[in-house]
Design a protein around this ligand. Structure first.
Ligand code: PLP
Length: 235
């Protein structure tokens, strides 16, 4: 089994080094420790090592796990958001990364209003325009923003992506740069703050930080290889 505290310390060190290389403050980057497929006892090793922010992809798996863990953790929902699960997702997850259409945003806003919640959300962008992946087309986000701004229960933090898979993490950098440029252009043209960029995983979080990531979602580099793939995983 992976030495979770040691791997967590290693990732924290690499995040700090990437921030230094980018001339950014280390507190600009939030490490979302992705604990999907790992049991509460393994997550607890990271909690004991000081980690507070975690990510899960599937409600069914997360629900029982969360009840076994301390209440002061901050859970990010990073999987595909099924409409019929939103009512259960929102009370458990104050942050939702996979808002992939205006229709879903409207639905989440309506349920949030009914529950009296104001989730922080990321708009997922299909930056590589891959047929296999969900998300807003990069050209369509701007047009969607005015409607999204009217959704009073959503706090739109920024953009999220899963770029096309590459062998060499340096090859992911142009996608991360494209995300930053898209965010900057949307910010300028919409007047929205859009402070956040959720991008970078175990394989490429350093490249993402160099290009402006504020949230990196790191799983296997902390907890070890997953023994199965989670359905509902974004992709
Ligand atoms: C599983 C997952 C991650 C973490 O992936 P690792 O390669 O294990 O770091 C990050 N983001 C999303 C959306 C995921 O589904």
């Amino acid at each position: 089994m992976a030495d979770v505290p040691e791997q967590l310390a290693n990732i924290r060190g690499r995040i700090a080094a990437a921030c230094a290389a980018a001339g950014r403050a280390v507190d600009e980057v939030t490490l979302v420790a992705v604990s999907k497929t790992f049991p509460a006892a393994t997550v607890m090793l990271a909690v004991d090592a000081g980690q507070r922010v975690f990510g899960e992809s599937r409600l069914q798996e997360a629900e029982p796990k969360l009840t076994e863990l301390p209440p002061d953790l901050v859970w990010h929902f990073i999987g595909r958001v099924q409409s019929n699960k939103v009512r259960k997702i929102l009370p458990l997850f104050p942050v939702v990364h996979g808002i992939d259409s205006a229709r879903l945003a409207e639905h989440v806003d309506r349920i949030a209003g009914e529950l009296g919640l104001t989730p922080r959300v990321f708009l997922q962008v299909n930056i590589g325009r891959e047929a296999s992946k969900g998300g807003f087309d990069p050209d369509e986000v701007l047009g969607a923003l005015p409607g999204l701004q009217d959704l009073k229960h959503l706090r739109i933090e920024g953009l999220m992506c899963i770029p096309p898979a590459v062998e060499d993490p340096e090859d992911a950098r142009p996608w991360f740069a494209a995300m930053r440029e898209l965010r900057d252009s949307l910010r300028q043209r919409s007047g929205m703050a859009l402070p956040a960029l959720s991008m970078g995983m175990s394989h490429d979080f350093e490249q993402a930080i160099l290009e402006g990531a504020t949230h990196v979602r790191v799983g296997s580099a902390i907890f070890g290889e997953r023994s199965y793939r989670v359905d509902g995983e974004l992709g």
